[in-house]
Design a binder for this molecule. Structure first.
Ligand code: CS2
Length: 467
């Protein structure tokens, strides 16, 4: 038997399940991007609001690319179990907020209609860094135009991807899709729709067979969509809503509504995601499969601690960074989260620009050392060889995989030229870093160490030097 609306009542009492009606109301939220993250983060916040009796937070979920996942969720009536596990304990919960599903690639019109449905009040997005394309802007605009033409109110459109100023980026995409002569639509977008920036945080690895097996055991049912996450979650959102009364509601569910998302975004992107990318690439090259297996190695742990304290923190506006750093290191070590380094290394070309260069530039401006980031960049180049230090091959899963592999292919015979080619790329490093001679020199140095002695020895050398 499989988890579904019909079997929900058979679950053991230890599993928290939705007690509210999931069928009498139309969804109030359209969400794009049905990956693990959304289902264990916002969907659980909306589940809490629904449990409190507010019927407007049901989700019409749109999978962008994976019909297999959407079909599985559909077969389970939008239900799936989440294991919330860390040092505080292990709990299973079935959130009930996902009411409808579609696939954007094959059911575009249904998505446009969902945006234009009167009950829709919110649109949230987790489409990953590479999803912010003109195609996305056009999809949103087509739905919004129908709303405007029907005389419906505007909505809140909240990007929840790991991009600095994500709300501004999304608004710019929608505006770029709007024809200049369509002044009424432009006016309506400005006056009626809100594009808040937001920072979202919860570590939610892609589901594994191990999690499915644990779900089977805990539920007594099959669940093909089960997920595993940590207790910690954070959602900081800019106080900018189409319906201003949503601020108090979200706050009641534990969301932080503020005028200053920026300081949270930059700390999260550079501390959490910045060290995630560094560890993921180190893990991929050394053959350590999970983030927990990386942070468990004393020299990697010290490297991450120093990267955050010495090179990231000095440029943050968030003042409580030391507690934030310590909490992150503890979260990275969560043994229940089998967070694959290859999953995090996916799309590195899209992630690194948000995560590393701002800290390197900050250090350069202060005449301070950027050795940790230089070593991370060197490991990134080593990673493009597609084979780890034990000789095990792996695939690069990245829109830039071909160009990166071509660029790095001759690094054993022409290391300096390859470092230069990598660091010259403005799409990765921005416009000023590529001409910084000291940066190029230090990445070249660490790349030589990595090739000659391996990643672990290079990290140890760095720690001795920086002690
Ligand atoms: C990770 C993030 O895959 C990645 O790039 O760094 O998904 C990370 O786990 C989340 O941002 C945590 O909130």
């Amino acid at each position: 038997m499989t988890l579904s609306a019909a079997t929900l009542r058979t679950l053991p009492e230890s599993v928290h399940t939705p007690a509210y009606d999931r069928t009498s109301h139309a969804p109030g939220v359209v969400h794009l991007g049905l990956g693990a993250f959304h289902r264990a983060h916002q969907a659980m916040v909306f589940d809490q609001l629904l449990a409190g009796g507010d019927t407007r937070w049901g989700i019409h979920g749109v999978g962008m690319t994976r019909p297999d996942l959407v079909n599985q969720l559909k077969a389970q009536d939008g239900l799936y179990a989440v294991r919330v596990a860390d040092g505080q304990g292990v709990k299973w919960q079935v959130p009930g907020a996902l009411w409808r599903t579609n696939v954007a690639a094959t059911e575009r019109d249904a998505v446009v209609q969902a945006i234009a449905t009167p009950s829709t009040r919110w649109l949230t997005l987790t489409v990953t860094e590479k999803g912010y394309t003109p195609v996305l802007g056009q999809l949103l605009l087509d739905g919004l135009r129908l709303r405007q033409q029907a005389g419906l109110p505007g909505i809140t459109i909240a990007s929840c991807d790991n991009l600095q100023g994500n709300g501004h980026k999304l608004q710019a995409l929608v505006k770029a899709a709007t024809p200049a002569q369509d002044t009424e639509l432009l006016r309506w977008l400005d006056a009626q729709c809100a594009f808040p920036c937001s920072m979202v945080d919860r570590i939610v690895p892609a589901a594994t067979p191990e999690v499915m097996a644990a779900a089977h055991e805990a539920l007594g049912l099959q669940d093909h969509c089960a997920l595993s996450t940590e207790g910690f979650w954070e959602w900081v959102i800019e106080d900018r809503f189409a319906d201003p009364t949503d601020a108090a509601l979200l706050q009641s569910a534990g969301v932080r509504v503020t005028g200053d998302v920026h300081s949270y975004e930059e700390a999260k992107l550079r501390m959490l995601n910045g060290s995630h990318s560094a560890m993921a690439l180190m893990g991929a090259v050394t053959g350590r499969p999970f983030i927990a297996s990386c942070i468990g190695v004393p020299h990697i742990r010290t490297f991450v601690h120093q990267l955050m304290s010495r090179e990231v923190a000095p440029h943050l506006s968030r003042s409580d960074w030391a507690e934030y750093r310590d909490a992150l290191i503890a979260r990275f070590g969560n043994p229940y989260l089998k967070h694959s380094v290859h999953q995090i290394a996916t799309d590195s070309s899209q992630k690194i620009p948000q995560r590393w260069p701002p800290s390197v530039l900050g250090q350069i401006a202060q005449g301070a050392s950027f050795e940790h980031h230089a070593l991370a960049a060197a490991v990134f180049l080593r990673y493009t060889l597609g084979v780890d230090e034990q000789g095990q091959a792996y695939a690069l899963n990245d829109p830039q995989a071909d160009s990166l592999m071509t660029l790095g292919a001759t690094q054993r015979t022409e290391p300096e030229a390859c470092v230069r080619a990598l660091l010259a790329r403005e799409d990765l490093w921005g416009s000023t870093l590529p001409s910084n001679a000291a940066w190029i020199a230090r990445v070249t140095h660490w790349h030589q160490q990595v090739l000659q002695h391996g990643v672990d020895a290079a990290i140890q050398q760095l720690l001795t030097q920086e002690a």
